[in-house]
Structures are given as C-alpha cells and as structure tokens.
Design a binder for this molecule. Structure first.
Ligand code: IMP
Length: 425
C-alpha cells in the first residue's frame, strides 16, 4: 500500500509523529518537497529527534529513505542530521537515496532570503531564512541552479559557481549594497559536501518505480501544510513549493493514481507562523493557553506560533485539493482545561455565508468565522489509549470536527510520544 501524509493547515500539524508511526509498516519513506524550512519532531521514549530534511521515517533502522527531486537540499543541514543520527546509533548508510535532480541550497540563497526579507520591512513574508524561496527561484530560472548531480563533476561545478556568484554579487551589491559572497569559499564547501553526499545520490524516480513494481510499501511525506502551497495556499504568504499532496506526483515522478491512500493531518486547533490572514486567530489568553499547552514554538526558528480555534473551512479545503481519504487529529490533549471550545464551520464574507475556503488573501482577510461552541473537558487524556475511553465531551469534539471537515478521524494524538496515539478501529 502506498500512502501519502500531508498537513491540511499552515504546517506544524505534527506530520513527523504520524509518519514515524506509519513507517513501521512501510519499506520506503519519501520526502517529496520543501527543504530545511520544515521541522519534524519525533519523540521516542525520552529521546527527541528534530529533523528538517531527512524523512521522519529515517529513525526506523529498517526503512529506506528517499529525498526526491522537488526537495531543496541544504547539504550542511543534511550532513549534520546524518551525523546526529549516526552518533545515536542510527546509520543511514545504504538506506538513504537522494535524487540527482534535487536542487541544492547554498550560502548565497540564505543570504538572498535574508536581504530580501530585511528590505521588505513590514511587507516581509516572514520566511524561515533557510534560502528556500531563492533556491526554488533559481530552479525555475534554470540558468543559475545547482543540483545534486552537479557534485559529481567538481571542475564543471567550479565554473558554474563562478558564473552564479558573478551574477549574485552584482545583484546583492546593486539592490542591497551588501558585501560579495566569495565563489572560492562556496566551492570549498561544495567539495566537502560532494565527498559526503555523492555516494547517496541516484536516480530516485527509477528506484521508486522499481520498488513499486516489486510490491514495496511506500510512505510519501509532505512538508509544511496545504495552506502554504505555492499555487493553492494563501499566496504570497506561502512557501515556494507545492506543499499539499498535489506536490507528490511532480515532486518525485510517481503519478497520483499509484498512491492508494491520502491521509490529512490536522491539529485540534489552528496555528500559523509568519505573516498572512488567519481568520480564527486568538491573539488573547486563549491563544496564549494553546501556545503554552501545545509548546507552539517553531522547530526550525523557535518563533512563537500564532494560535487560534480549529478552522473547519480551511481543513475541508485541504481535504478537497489533497483528495484526502481520512484524517489524523493531533494535540487533542492541548485543549484539556479550556472551558469552552469553538470550531469554525463557515466564513461570513460580504454578508454571505461560505464554506469553500477562499485562497485569495484579500477575500480571506475579510472572512469572519462562524463559530459553533462546544463544551471543554478537564480530565487528563494523555494516557488514554482508546476512543471510547476519552471523556464524552472530547469524543463529541472529534465527531463534530469529522462532520465539518467531511472525513473520518482514524488516529488521534494525545501527547508527543509514539505511544500517545489512539488508533480507531
Ligand atoms: P519559507 O518556506 O522559509 O520561504 O517561508 C515562507 C512561509 O512559510 C513563512 O510564513 C514560514 O513561516 C512558512 N513556513 C515554512 N516552513 C514551515 C513549516 O515547516 N511550518 C510552518 N510554517 C512554515
């Protein structure tokens, strides 16, 4: 069975934990997009693993990991993740494959990201400054792009970097009055990256098709969430890739119909980092409660996340564009202790009630959430292992979310550990 796991909100839904749980039944786990802007936290026993580029399944020693074409790969981050896991006795040797067509994030991309954000002042996107946008822009522009396959021919790479840096330095100087980046220093780093990463590089599209033909189970892991999708999210406050499951086919060369099941991950509330409209945001004591109870601080940047009520309109949109079959609802335990819970079931825009999410931000900015209020619960649910053992009010909350979003919830998270997961029969 081939399964895709993607977030249905603005990222940080907890996909890492879901992928880690499902990876137990998979042979291969594939990252199909995004870069080190993502942060996936997996907690096993007392160990906490924060991964940015390696698929979350990499912690399981018998799983093969693939970083596919549409990922933008920062070699420095990847090497430090490989070394970090190796130090903890988890080797990636012989079970990590990186596409030779994956684009590479280098220091000048991060520099460009930072310079651009600073120059935009209050109009900035609020990126993670991981060089994601500039790297994807170079990919689309083609002339100044570096891919993993380029590490195989260092002489040609040296000439390419000279051309790229001549262009970038003119740009940095003219637009931002910034110091030039030295091509030689970047090349030296690239030599070291090549020595470490070329052995992992291959044609991952061939590998995936051969594996599917051989009956292997593949888990495709999305990064970020559907509402951050470049084409279908809240542009321009999005990331630079197709972060919904729509990015899977183009991202790794495996057609959508070869995937048997699409799982959408949601949190029991909504969060967002960076700028952009967020209709159910609670910039008040409710938002503060959720942030502290759910530890809603960025894995990658440490930024406090904006928090708000569950937005059923937004999640239902993620279901529609992502052909989602079922849901995983995480962080139910975070809501414990709130007297009343609100869920947004529609938006009021221009005096009309709408249930289809407007990805156009001018319309979204006008959306007034139409809420339904449900009673909260006080009981600690972090040790609960079955749906029936949840307090009746928590069960009712989950059921209402299912009705509004239109898909069944098959798994519920009641804490960060692997073991704190309720699987519904
Ligand atoms: P970028 O992907 O770094 O260019 O950032 C663009 C937008 O996507 C910003 O609002 C970021 O906060 C957001 N973003 C990028 N990656 C993540 C993530 O993994 N979780 C949540 N938000 C993200």
């Amino acid at each position: 069975m081939n399964i895709c796991v993607a977030g249905l909100q603005w990222g940080d839904e907890g996909k890492g934990k879901v992928v880690d749980v499902l990876a137990e039944r998979s042979d291969i786990v594939v990252r199909y997009g995004g870069g080190s802007n993502a942060g996936h936290t997996v907690v096993i026993g007392d160990s906490r693993f924060a991964l940015h580029l390696l698929p979350s399944g990499s912690i399981r020693k018998d799983v093969t990991c693939v970083i596919a074409n549409a990922v933008v790969l920062d070699p420095e981050v990847l090497i430090s993740e490989i070394d970090g896991l190796t130090e903890r006795g988890i080797s990636l040797e012989g079970r990590l494959w990186i596409s030779e067509n994956t684009h590479v994030v280098l220091d000048y991309h991060k520099r460009e990201d930072q310079l651009r954000e600073e120059s935009l002042g209050k109009h900035k996107i609020g990126t993670t400054i991981r060089g994601i946008g500039p790297c994807y822009a170079d990919k689309v522009g083609r002339s100044y792009a570096v891919r993993m396959g380029d590490f195989r021919d260092l002489k040609a790479l040296k000439a390419k970097l000279d051309t790229i840096l001549a262009y970038k330095n003119k740009l940095f100087g003219a637009l931002y009055d910034a110091e030039p980046v030295e091509a030689e220093a970047i090349f030296e780093k690239c030599q070291a990256y090549a020595a470490r990463l070329v052995p992992f590089t291959t044609d991952t599209t061939e590998f995936l098709h051969t594996s599917i033909a051989a009956g292997k189970s593949i888990l495709f892991e999305g990064a970020q969430g559907s509402l951050l999708d470049l084409d279908h999210g809240t542009f321009p406050f999005v990331t630079s890739s197709n972060s919904s499951s729509l990015g899977l086919p183009s991202g790794c060369g495996v057609p959508a119909r070869m995937v048997d099941k699409y799982i959408g991950v949601i949190k029991a509330y909504t969060t967002r980092v960076g700028a952009g409209p967020f209709p159910t945001e609670q910039d008040n004591e409710v938002g503060d409660f959720i942030r502290e109870a759910g530890n809603e601080y960025g894995t990658t940047t440490g930024r406090p996340r904006r928090c708000g009520w569950f937005d059923g309109v937004a999640a239902a949109y993620g279901v529609k564009i992502g052909s989602v079959d079922s849901l995983v609802l995480l962080h139910l335990d975070t809501l414990t202790g709130l007297k009343e819970l609100k869920v947004c079931k529609a938006y009021e825009i221009d005096g009309q009630e709408k249930t289809f999410f407007p990805a156009n931000i001018d319309r979204l900015a006008q959306a007034k959430p139409v809420y339904e209020t449900l009673p909260g619960w006080d009981d600690d649910i972090t040790e609960v292992t079955t749906f029936d053992a949840l307090p009746a009010k928590a069960q009712a909350y989950v059921q209402r979310v299912e009705e509004i979003v239109g898909r069944p919830v098959e798994m519920i998270g009641v804490g960060p550990k692997r073991s704190q997961t309720i699987v519904r029969q």
